[in-house]
Design a protein around this ligand. Structure first.
Ligand code: S3P
Length: 433
């Protein structure tokens, strides 16, 4: 069992907010400065597709508030229709957010474009983006199984629609919102469950509640004035460090400047409810997002995690692999249901968790929408290879357990962590006492 202590000031900038800042900058009139942009491969893919569509992007390292350098990105644009036809296919690599959200923008541009990705992204469902964009008047074609390549025939004549999200997906909500900015008229998006709301906050969109459903209103064809963005640290990355601290009994880690938007930080409530010693200090608001410092102390006692509330599932969708691994290693128990969406991520994360936990001796049962861990037969003596399935969060979840519990785990691919957390292994090492 290892012990971890220290102050984390170099957590990756939030991945979701970084994507949106770059895309909104490309839709704005003027020069946008984004401070503390993420160096993760996914966010770099978004900058790559912008550059390929003729949007000038500059990146440099500048001194950050904690001493270490941070990334400053400057995007120049002339507004909603500044994009030029790309020469070849737009490469989104592992980034579903890039492919889906950028499709909304391309639907409003008067040319054809094609989006592709790596082996993991080429398997992910894309009908959820084709349906609303076709309703708005764009042409969208997919593979026969509803996956990429996504070919978009954009148009200057997009129409506003009323759209009810069939799945609680912030990516789908955002792509409809980005397309709606180009459309004639006012688009209304209905959300039965609230998904992460960064796009609405960053665009200053009006939202309300109608018959128990959240509705977001997007007026079309209004110019957007460039404004600076400051990106807080990523709560989904913080979840790995929090879990490290909880697994390492006697640990004490302070994590600075983390985004605590309620649609992103619900994993903290779940852990506190289970008895974890986590406190939030120094709460404040930056750029419309609540942020704060997280203090985590390794505690011996924690109840098994049981997650089934659909709203809660939506708010911890990216943290579920780590929460599952944490609960299994701390309590030999875990219960998850209502999480079918977890099968549509960078990998089928229910399958990935079950396969790897079973290899490590845990007793698991998979359901179409969840998974339960009911005990552990044995602790392996020989090294076990964890299959990462091209999925950064699967790799990092098991890496945390390996480091904190001294489990003999080898990752099939550790490089994939760089998708969202380039300094992950370095940080784990620096925190170990
Ligand atoms: C994201 C939304 C979520 C999440 C993904 C990032 C976003 O996906 O899993 O990592 O930035 O909007 P869905 O919108 O498909 O649920």
């Amino acid at each position: 069992m290892s012990v971890f202590k220290g102050e984390v000031t170099s957590l990756p900038p939030d991945k979701s907010i970084s994507h949106r800042a770059a895309l909104i900058a490309a839709l704005s009139e003027g020069e946008t400065e984004i401070m503390n942009f993420s160096a993760g491969f996914d966010n770099q893919s978004t900058l790559g597709v912008l550059a390929a569509c003729g949007i000038p992007v500059r990146q440099e390292e500048v001194p950050g508030p904690w001493g270490a350098p941070v990334r400053r990105v400057v995007v120049s644009s002339r507004g909603l229709w500044s994009f030029t036809p790309p020469e070849g296919a737009l490469q989104c690599n592992n980034s579903g957010s890039t492919m889906r959200m950028f499709s909304g923008i391309l639907a409003g541009q008067p040319f054809q474009s094609k989006l592709v990705g790596d082996a993991s992204l080429m398997k992910r469902p894309m009908r959820r983006i084709a349906d609303p964009l076709r309703q708005m008047g764009a042409g969208v074609s997919l593979s026969p199984s509803g996956t990429a390549p996504v070919v978009i025939d954009g148009t200057r004549e997009l129409k506003a629609i009323e759209y009810r999200l069939p799945v609680p997906s912030a990516q789908v909500k955002s792509l409809v919102a980005f397309a709606a900015l180009h459309a004639e008229g006012e688009t209304r998006i209905y959300e039965p469950l609230l998904s992460r709301d960064h796009t609405e906050l960053m665009l200053g969109l009006e939202s309300g509640v109608e018959n128990g459903e959240r509705v977001i209103v997007i007026p079309g064809r209004r110019p957007i004035a460039a404004r600076p963005f400051q990106i807080p640290a990523d709560p989904s990355a913080a979840c790995f460090i929090v879990s490290l601290g909880l697994l390492g009994r006697g640990s004490e880690i302070m994590i600075r400047d983390v985004c605590l938007n309620p649609t992103r930080a619900a994993f903290i409530d779940i852990l506190v409810r289970a008895g974890a010693a986590i406190t939030i200090e120094n709460r404040r608001t930056v750029g419309g997002e609540p942020i704060g410092d997280i203090l985590v102390c390794g505690s011996a006692v924690m109840e098994p995690l049981s997650i089934s509330d659909p709203q809660e599932v939506a708010w911890v969708i990216d943290e579920l692999p780590m929460l599952g691994v944490l609960s299994a290693f701390m309590t030999e128990r875990f219960e998850l249901s209502g999480a079918a969406e977890l099968r549509t991520k960078e990998s089928d994360r229910i399958e990935a968790l079950a396969v790897n936990l079973e290899r490590l001796g845990f007793l698991c049962r998979q359901e179409p929408d969840g998974l339960s861990v009911t005990g552990r037969r044995l602790r392996p003596a020989e090294p076990v290879v964890v299959e990462c399935f091209d999925d950064h969060r699967i790799a990092m979840s098991f890496a945390v357990a390996a480091r904190a519990c001294g489990e003999p785990i080898e990752l099939s691919d550790s490089h994939v962590a760089g998708v969202s957390f380039p300094n992950f292994f370095e940080l784990l090492e620096s925190l170990e006492v």
